[in-house]
Structures are given as C-alpha cells and as structure tokens.
Write a protein that binds this ligand. Structure first.
Ligand code: NAG
Ligand code: NAG
Ligand code: NAG
Ligand code: NAG
Ligand code: NAG
Length: 215
C-alpha cells in the first residue's frame, strides 16, 4: 500500500514536471521556438537589432505624417487629435537597466507595436484602400518590427535563456471609425518617440557592449 502511494506520488510529480516543462511550448509567443535558425554570435545579433531599429527610426516621421494626412486630419487639428497622452503605450526604461532587462522590455514593446500596427493596417485597408503609399509604409514598418522581434527572440533565447516574456496588447479597438483613426495616430506618434529612444538604448558603443562580447 505504502509503496503504491509513493509510486503514485512519483507518477504525479512526474506528470507535474512534464506539464510544467511542456507548458511553454503551448504559448504562442514562445521565444525559443525557432532558435535552431539563430545565429550563434549574440553580439552580431545585437548589432543587427540596432541597425534595424535605426532603419525604422529613419522612416517613423514619414509614416506618422503619411498616416495623419491619410486620415484627412489637417495641421490645425492634428496636434489635438493625435495628442498621445491618453493612448496606451508600454513604458520604456531606456537608460538604467541591464542589457537583459532592456532586451526583455524591447521584446515586449515591439510585440505591442506589432499588434497595434496590425490593427492600424486592417482599419486602413478597409477605409483607405486606395492610399497605396500609406499602406506600403505600414507594411514595411510591420515587417521591420517582425524581423526585430525574431532577432530579439534569438538574442534572449541564446544569450539569456529567456523563453517567455509577458506582453500586454493594449485595450481593444474603439468602435467608431474616427476613434480608430485617432487611436492609430496617437499610437504612431508615441511609436515615433519610442523608436528614437530605442536607437540610443541599443547603441553599439554602449557601456554594456563589453558584456556582450564573448571571450
Ligand atoms: C561576432 O560578431 C561581432 C560583430 O559583428 C564580430 O566583431 C565578432 O568577430 C564575431 N565573433 C565571432 C566569434 O564570430
Ligand atoms: C534577424 O531576423 C531576420 C528575419 O528573421 C533574419 O533574416 C536574420 O538572419 C536575423 N539576423 C540574425 C543576426 O539572427
Ligand atoms: C524601470 O525599471 C524598474 C526596475 O525594473 C522599475 O521598477 C520601474 O518601474 C521601471 N520604470 C518604468 C517607467 O517602467
Ligand atoms: C540606476 O542605476 C544605478 C547604478 O546601478 C542605481 O544605483 C540606481 O538606483 C538606478 N536608478 C534607478 C531609478 O533605477
Ligand atoms: C488589436 O485588436 C485586437 C482585436 O480587436 C485587440 O484585442 C487588441 O487589444 C488590439 N491591440 C492594439 C494594440 O490595438
């Protein structure tokens, strides 16, 4: 009887372990899922992340302008309508955190940006389908963001063995078209600010660089 109990306990523990180790595989944003395709040189990955962020930063103002022009907002109203104070955007602790914390924050923020850009693109596809220039800017940015997420996954997985980062995808889309347009505008304005911070935060000649170099 006693042995049986112990065996059952062992089996139970075993199941628990199995469940615990198996769980992350079910999570959609599993970071290490494609780590087989990752470059082994994490310094190189970080450089690539920085360069891609720089590239996005160089187009962020243009994207913002094309967006608000495309909504028919004029220069008098745009500051008011697109005032980003009341839109959700994850905070970025750019300066005082470790490289690992920074990479985790960036992953979480870019995941949010990716969802938000996806939503904005869907709405614009419906209401502005003739505005090819805007749609292509959105598409270009979204694909850049996805590339950065893929590189950040590799970086976090390979260098820090982080396999999950929690992400908040923001409040649901507002119902009215006007509010959707305005929310997109606020979001893109905050994104413009964030992406420039991110350039500095991932700077190659950063004090943290010495940590990233493998012996
Ligand atoms: C890793 O990449 C960095 C930056 O591109 C490069 O300087 C370094 O030589 C690479 N290290 C190895 C071991 O390939
Ligand atoms: C970064 O991600 C892109 C897109 O997945 C990939 O093509 C590229 O090889 C990655 N770079 C590194 C250094 O892993
Ligand atoms: C920055 O990071 C610290 C430590 O992780 C945290 O306590 C603080 O709330 C963060 N600040 C912002 C603005 O997110
Ligand atoms: C910033 O970093 C320094 C040095 O690690 C630490 O002493 C200080 O408390 C940090 N400040 C904040 C606001 O986290
Ligand atoms: C995007 O839209 C989905 C579905 O409406 C919603 O759940 C999510 O919160 C939205 N996220 C952002 C950032 O707009």
């Amino acid at each position: 009887m006693r042995t049986c109990g112990i065996v059952q306990l062992l089996i139970l523990q075993c199941w628990c372990l199995l469940i615990i180790t198996a769980m992350p595989l079910d999570i959609k944003d599993e970071i290490c899922l494609n780590s087989n395709n990752c470059n082994d040189n994490t310094t190189y990955i970080w450089h690539q992340i920085h360069n891609k962020i720089k590239e996005l930063a160089s187009g962020a103002k243009h994207l913002y302008e094309k967006y608000y022009e495309g909504q028919g907002f004029n220069s008098n109203t745009v500051d008011k309508i697109c005032d980003p104070v009341i839109v959700h955007f994850p905070k970025f602790n750019a300066t005082n955190s470790s490289e690992k914390e920074k990479a985790i924050e960036l992953f979480s923020i870019f995941s949010y940006v990716s969802a938000a850009l996806g939503n904005i693109t869907n709405v614009q596809n419906e209401i502005n389908s003739k505005n090819k220039l805007l749609l292509s800017e959105l598409e270009k940015t979204l694909s850049g963001v996805k590339g950065i997420l893929s590189n950040l996954s590799c970086f976090l997985c390979k260098k820090y063995h982080v396999y999950h980062v929690s992400v908040y995808y923001g409040p649901p889309l507002p119902r009215s078209r006007f509010d959707q347009k305005a929310q997109g505008c606020k979001m893109l304005k905050k994104y413009k600010h964030f992406i420039h911070q991110a350039v500095d935060a991932t700077m190659i000649h950063h004090p943290y660089e010495s940590e990233t170099q493998n012996p």
